[in-house]
Design a protein around this ligand. Structure first.
Ligand SMILES: Nc1nc2c(ncn2[C@@H]2O[C@H](COP(=O)(O)OP(=O)(O)O)[C@@H](O)[C@H]2O)c(=O)[nH]1
Ligand SMILES: [Mg+2]
Length: 366
């Protein structure tokens, strides 16, 4: 008999050791609980408001979905969360890849939780569709923060358009705040349009730099410098300290040449090390001073109102564009219009008008 043979084989496992039932039963129960019928909007809202992280993550997944039913549910949840979502501070962190954003967020985030704050880390990274969410890989740089029960790290949403990704992040902020996170850190890669999107959803915008070989201002977009409320020279440790201080002085001089900011705030330059944590508490001090200053002169509240209006218009623009370009008739006609304008058969403006007319007529019928 096969069994008989097995019993005497060297590979035979001892009798009497049954599968670890308790563990597996627990696991099964947990999985079933997770897969449990779709939670209703009400259940998710209650979960979020009571600080349940699993429900928060579920709701964010709905926000990120492209399914119309999910989005309707997401909107319902966001609306219910809005009244609970304003007592927070939103900080944007930008800088070129490698400057140390993730390491900084780990150090800064840990410092904030040590002060009793609840920190959520999000990312706007339009390239994440390709890299599958760089912040996910970055979680390895945030080993301590990941384990911190007062921190929540959400990998960046993926999407075809920056506008779409940014909107989802904006909505995710609302959900995190309703779940009790009072400090939101938003990482963005410092190359391109994503800073503008992040700037339009944060209260404080921090630009991370490292000291280079001389000309510190090279390769930095004027627009980004103008947006920054603080320029922090990271990696000011070891042999780098002297160079970092020189860079700080150079940025300071450059900042003074810029026109005054609408907030009335004068941007601060300082140095820090995300590795040794030198200068990290000072960054927080700067942000506290900024808050006090802009709350006193009311700019803080004015900017949030303006941001809401920006997102209203931005969402409409996104939606209109997407409806237009995804309309089957437009998809067809756009191809022939492209050909026609490239051979000068029709002017781009007239062709655009024709397409818009076609679209409008379809709208009237439907
Ligand atoms: N010496 C030093 N290295 C740092 C510091 N901050 C980050 N790094 C290193 O710089 C590299 C890039 O850091 P990372 O946080 O991934 O940068 P990100 O691409 O901007 O998110 C990593 O090897 C980090 O260990 C710092 O303050 N000092
Ligand atoms: Mg990073």
């Amino acid at each position: 008999m096969k069994n008989e043979k097995k019993k005497h084989s060297a590979l035979h496992e001892k009798d009497g050791i049954s599968p670890p039932e308790i563990i597996s039963l627990n696991a099964v129960e947990q999985i079933q609980k997770f897969r449990k019928k779709q939670l209703s909007s009400r259940e998710l809202i209650d979960g979020i408001l009571s600080g349940n992280i699993a429900d928060l993550s579920r709701a964010i997944t709905l926000v990120e979905s492209t399914n119309a039913n999910h989005l309707a549910k997401a909107n319902e949840i966001i609306n219910a969360c809005l009244p609970y979502a304003n007592e927070s501070l939103r900080i944007g962190i930008t800088g070129v890849p490698g400057v140390g954003k993730s390491t900084f967020i780990e150090a800064f985030g840990k410092y904030l939780t040590s002060l009793g704050k609840k920190v959520a880390v999000l990312a706007v990274d339009p390239s994440s569709t390709i890299s599958h969410g760089s912040i996910l890989g970055d979680k390895t740089r945030m080993e301590e923060l990941v384990k911190d029960t007062n921190a929540y790290i959400r990998p960046s949403a993926s999407g075809e358009t920056l506008g779409g990704v940014a909107r989802k992040t904006r909505e995710t902020i609302t959900l995190c705040e309703a779940a009790g996170f009072d400090t939101i850190l938003i990482e963005t890669i410092g190359v391109g349009q994503s800073e503008t999107a992040v700037h339009s959803m944060v209260d404080f915008f921090l630009l991370l730099k490292i000291s280079g070989a001389g000309d510190e201002l090279q390769g930095i977009k004027r627009g980004i410098m103008e947006m920054a409320d603080a320029i922090i020279i990271n990696k000011a440790d070891g042999d780098n300290i002297k160079k970092a201080n020189l860079a700080k002085a150079e940025f300071n001089r450059a900042l003074h040449l810029f026109p005054a900011k609408k907030s009335g705030w004068t941007p601060i330059t300082s140095t820090c090390s995300a590795i040794t944590h030198d200068g990290i508490p000072e960054v927080w001090k700067t942000i506290e001073q900024f808050l006090e200053f802009t709350k006193r002169n009311k700019y803080f509240f004015k900017k949030r109102k303006e941001q809401n209006q920006y997102w209203l218009l931005e969402t409409i623009n996104e939606q209109l564009k997407s409806n237009f370009y995804n309309h089957p008739e437009i998809i067809k006609l756009l191809e022939s219009s492209k050909k026609a304008v490239s051979t000068d058969e029709i002017s781009p403006f007239a062709a655009a008008q024709e397409l818009l007319n076609v679209y409008q007529n379809y709208k009237k019928i439907s």
